[in-house]
Design a protein around this ligand. Structure first.
Ligand code: ZN
Length: 501
């Protein structure tokens, strides 16, 4: 019998067994981005933690129904629209930022959630939730038309964040979405519209006058609309515990009387140079920066998974380089398994693949212990390469090793795609590689392939004429263009090597 899935629960501050209430589908809510500019990679550490989580939940045998909201109306978006000039609507800010977010997500190999609700599409549900809270005496309208949640009326307020309720000043109010634990007070769930809100298309009719939802309320309304009054698991970055998730609990449980989420889990920060990565300190790194630095999605995933999600992770150039090298090592092994002359492997290779899959699975079931899973992958590639050197002929063992690689791809997403390359046979015929079960070649430029094949044929002629200086000159010329070559019994194999990593 396999080990149960265990996951830290922020509510109890313990690692606990976790299973979905219905035994089949995990109803998961993950707080998504505020779409007003390109997300920084600190945000993507959180989304990668949640991506690993959904992969692990599937490994545990469950289906996942993940909802990730897109905050497309809030204080920051309206401020951005306002500073972009008169007549700029929030939609003009959020549409390109949303497209950018999805492109960045895909670059990092993050699986798509099942639903991406936009806050502006759930305004009636948000108004209905505010009405319920007002009807139950948990919220009240202030003179300016803003509706506040009265935290003193919700006795369990502060449970998730372990807030000391003795520090609460009754009746004090906070209208903005961001505030600290030290200033916990009645918070705005519906905000009276200001002229900037109207100008940006961020105001709606409500029983309390024109206004817009507060950020905290948006998540409560969308989560309950799509996952029901009680979900299995709610996640986010650690800075969302207070006030965002505390307020989500108050609004949701205050309205329904039911437990909002059965389990809570939060990911730690990504730090660079020891400082919390956030736009407000001007310490921005984006997925575009990673792309421009030649860091692949697989390499960044590897870097993130070298540290447990509940530990602070420091981003350094050395760590990025080490992860780029690590995934290149995994990728080269994956390519080696697909080479046409590889017809089989040793039975021992099948055994190390089995052991790796068991160890990765056990590590992920144990509170998403990704560093331990990566260690098992590394050991598989190291031992696997040693077994490949023995030139075994067992096709079933080779198939098992290939499914081991596919398993790593599914569970962790740290296998880079095959590098473009090819083989020019001894008779001068050009063959594209890699083939086999990894399928075709992405990004192969036919003109490049034709050029390389032509140069390699010329090199073969030079070697045939024993003009080794000319042959070596062609090798150097290709390397300058980012093409590495290797001679084998089947001909000369080439690979694009500048895009490694
Ligand atoms: Zn949220």
């Amino acid at each position: 019998m396999t080990a149960p899935f265990r996951l830290y629960n922020t509510m109890t501050r313990r690692v606990e067994d976790f299973a979905p209430a219905d035994g089949k589908t995990v109803r998961l809510y993950t707080c998504g981005p505020t779409v007003y500019s390109r997300a920084h990679i600190g945000n993507f550490r959180t989304f990668l933690f949640e991506d690993l989580l959904r992969r692990a939940l599937r490994l545990a045998g469950w289906q996942v129904e993940q909802v990730m909201n897109l905050t497309d109306v809030d204080d920051k978006i309206i401020a951005r629209a306002h500073s972009a000039g008169a007549g700029t609507t929030i939609a003009a800010i959020t549409a390109p930022a949303t497209a950018q977010f999805f492109a960045d997500r895909d670059y990092l190999g993050i699986e798509a959630a099942e639903r991406y609700p936009r806050a502006t599409e759930f305004i009636p549900q948000m108004i209905a939730l505010v009405e319920r809270l007002v009807a139950r005496g948990l919220a009240y309208r202030a003179d300016d038309g803003t509706v506040y949640f009265a935290i003193a009326k919700f006795p369990t307020y502060g449970r998730l964040s372990r807030l000391d309720m003795r520090s609460i000043r009754p009746g004090a109010r906070v209208a903005q979405d961001d505030y600290s634990k030290e200033s916990a007070q009645d918070f705005a769930i519906w905000k009276a519209a200001k002229p900037e809100d109207e100008a940006a298309g961020a105001a709606w009719d409500s029983p309390w006058g024109r206004g817009r939802p507060g950020w905290h309320l948006e998540c409560s309304a969308m989560a309950m609309a799509l996952l029901g009054e009680t979900m299995d698991l709610h996640c986010g970055a650690i800075d969302l515990i207070f006030p965002h998730h505390e307020d989500e609990i108050a609004q949701s449980e205050g309205a329904t009387g039911a437990t909002f989420s059965r389990h809570w889990c939060h990911g730690e920060f990504l730090l660079t140079d020891g400082a919390k990565m956030a736009k407000r300190v001007g310490n921005v790194l984006t997925v575009l920066d990673l792309q421009q630095a030649g860091v692949s999605g697989a390499a960044f995933r590897h870097l993130i998974f070298t540290t447990h999600y509940r530990q602070v992770l420091n981003l350094t150039d050395d760590a990025l380089a080490a992860s780029s090298a690590a995934v290149a090592y995994i990728g080269e092994f994956a390519e080696r398994l697909e080479l046409p002359e590889t017809v089989g492997a040793t039975p021992a290779l099948a055994a190390v693949a089995e052991e790796m899959a068991t160890r990765v699975r056990d590590a992920l079931m144990d509170d998403l212990d990704a560093p331990r899973a990566l260690a098992a992958v590394f050991e598989f590639v190291r031992a696997g390469n040693a077994e490949m050197d023995r030139r075994g002929r067992d096709p079933a063992a080779l198939a098992r090793a290939r499914s081991g690689v596919a398993f790593i791809r599914d569970a962790l997403g740290v296998v880079p795609p095959p590098r473009p390359g090819g083989l020019v046979g001894l008779d001068g015929t050009a063959i594209s590689e890699p083939r086999g079960q990894s399928g075709g070649i992405d990004g192969m430029d036919p003109a490049l392939a034709a050029y390389v094949a032509d140069r390699l044929r010329t090199r073969m002629q030079a070697r045939g004429a024993r003009d080794f200086a000319a042959a070596d000159a062609i090798r150097d010329e290709l390397l300058k263009r980012g093409i590495a070559i290797a001679d084998s019994g089947a001909g000369t194999r080439w690979k694009v090597v500048t895009k490694v990593g």
